[in-house]
Design a protein around this ligand. Structure first.
Ligand code: NAD
Length: 246
């Protein structure tokens, strides 16, 4: 405990899954966490721990991001976790589906970084953690056409920001989880029709024989937020139980 003492951390999509686990883990390590989500009710009931303030933030709303950044202008760290998994190949991805994923997975992250970078630079530095995925950055995944495209864009934006602001004390890293037990993964497995078959196919590609947990990804987020990772920037780090690297 105390690894993040004195740090203020802003997290998007923190009402459930990896964002929630990360908010709780950062608070456990002594950070002041501003946990945000579009679903204020779920956020308030789940993100309850000493050190966490909850705020409704729809990352698709540029005016809301601007107002939010005016209230918390200079965090030590920003974890952009919000993202949506569209299921399908290019042929299942119509214009609306394409636009939605680009807006949520890419444009929102661009807006968040643009809103908070000036304050972080003025303060002398900070750590940005962006949610990408092993899908696209490391390996092709079936039926992840626009998802992969957007997560590749996340990795690209992250490396660009890392390069441009390295002398200003800013570090930016992308994290690339494999398959992680989260509420939306449960929804996706149910939506495929046959839950057991869907789960078995996700498990089949896991050399560890199990899926990852949000807490395991949160451990990586804590490390990247903390000064323990002070030499690490511009990377895209896989955290996938050996799916892509064994
Ligand atoms: P999840 O999908 O279960 O939860 C997502 C959260 O995002 C919800 O609380 C939802 O209310 C919130 N949200 C949706 N739209 C929003 C908006 N416009 N503004 C603010 N919040 C909004 O969580 P998860 O599965 O842990 O996924 C979180 C991130 O991790 C996503 O970017 C996802 O692509 C990425 N990821 C997940 C996995 C996985 O296997 N679960 C793997 C790799 C990457």
């Amino acid at each position: 405990t105390g690894r993040l003492k004195g740090k203020t951390v802003i997290i998007t999509a923190a009402a459930q899954g990896i964002g929630l686990a990360s908010a709780l883990a950062c608070a456990r390590e002594g950070a002041q966490v501003i946990a945000t989500d579009i679903d204020a009710g779920k956020l308030a009931s789940n993100a309850t721990a000493e050190g966490i303030i909850t705020e409704r933030l729809d990352v698709l709303d540029p005016a809301a991001i601007k107002a939010f950044a005016e209230r918390y202008p200079s965090p030590d760290a920003l974890f952009n976790c919000a993202g949506f998994v569209h299921n399908g190949s290019i042929l299942e991805c119509d214009e609306d589906a394409f636009s939605f994923s680009v807006d949520l997975n890419v444009r929102a992250m661009y807006r968040m970084m643009r809103a908070f970078l000036p304050g972080m630079i003025a303060k002398g530095g900070g750590s940005i953690v962006n949610m990408a995925s092993v899908a696209s950055t490391i390996i092709a995944a079936p039926n992840r056409f626009v998802y992969g495209a957007t997560k590749a864009a996340v990795t690209g934006m992250t490396k660009s920001v890392a390069a441009d602001f390295v002398t200003k004390g800013i570090r930016a890293n992308a994290i690339c989880p494999g398959t992680i037990e989260s509420p939306s993964l449960q929804d996706r497995m149910r939506a495929l029709g046959d839950y057991d078959t869907a789960r078995a196919s996700f498990l089949a590609r896991q050399p560890m024989g199990r899926l990852g947990t949000p807490d395991e990804v949160a451990n990586l987020v804590v490390f990247l937020v903390s000064d323990e990772s002070s030499l690490i920037t511009g990377t895209a780090i896989a955290i996938d139980g050996g799916w892509t690297n064994t």
